[in-house]
Design a protein around this ligand. Structure first.
Ligand code: NI
Length: 216
């Protein structure tokens, strides 16, 4: 199969799987990550086929959507086999997906390929700024989290397990993850975009706390 046909078939497959998601990890998130990843990949001279495939498949098996904590890439592996991608390329793609997820403030997650750096940056850019704010509240609602609780202090998780089983408020999630992302971008272009999105979140939080305190 030609690369462009594989990409087109993958797009259809992922779209049908993720269309109904209401946790902020829907098809449109995948589409934004794909576009950002290709943009960064072009700047960095990465292998754009690997970048695009990893971006398309990156959230299919994520625990936040499947509730499966095992970390196994069941659907992604099935699909790469289905479109008959060679073993070495398939391994590079699944390797990126398994490394890219945020696992807690004090858990180090290093990518070992340029393509991985690019896709991880794209996914993290979509987690911050105005879209990041909107997605965070969507996720909190889908998981039944509190909006904010002043008694409940943010935690900097030391293990992935602590982070996964965390139930703190949606506002805490900004301190536990979103505000830490700008310093974890891999590429220069992503760092620049992240700065602007970061400032917008700070402004949002300042206003949020001002309004909260004024009415308490
Ligand atoms: Ni994602």
């Amino acid at each position: 199969m030609k690369k462009q046909d594989i990409v087109a078939k993958t797009e259809q497959y992922v779209m049908t799987k993720m269309l109904a998601d209401s946790t902020g990890h829907d098809w449109q998130h995948v589409q934004r990550v794909r576009n950002l990843a290709i943009m960064l990949g072009e700047i960095e001279n990465a292998d754009l086929f690997i970048v695009e495939m990893a971006a398309l498949l990156h959230d299919l098996d994520d625990y936040k959507i499947t509730n499966n904590l095992s970390g196994q890439l069941t659907l992604a592996t099935y699909w790469l086999n289905e479109v008959q991608i060679d073993i070495s390329t398939s391994k590079q793609i699944t390797n990126i997906i398994s490394q890219m997820s945020y696992k807690g403030a004090e858990v180090d997650t290093k990518m070992d390929s340029l393509e991985g750096c690019v896709v991880q940056d794209a996914d993290r850019l979509d987690a911050i700024g105005a879209i990041g704010i909107a997605r965070t509240f969507m996720y909190g609602g889908a998981k039944g989290r509190q909006l904010y609780n002043a008694q409940d202090k943010p935690l900097l998780h030391k293990t992935f397990q602590q982070y996964q089983t965390n139930t703190s408020s949606t506002i805490n999630h900004f301190y536990e993850k979103l505000l830490l992302l700008k310093d974890r971008m891999n590429t220069k272009a992503a760092k620049q975009i992240a700065e602007k999105r970061h400032r917008f979140m700070i402004e949002f939080l300042t206003q949020f706390h001002n309004e909260w305190e004024a009415s308490n």
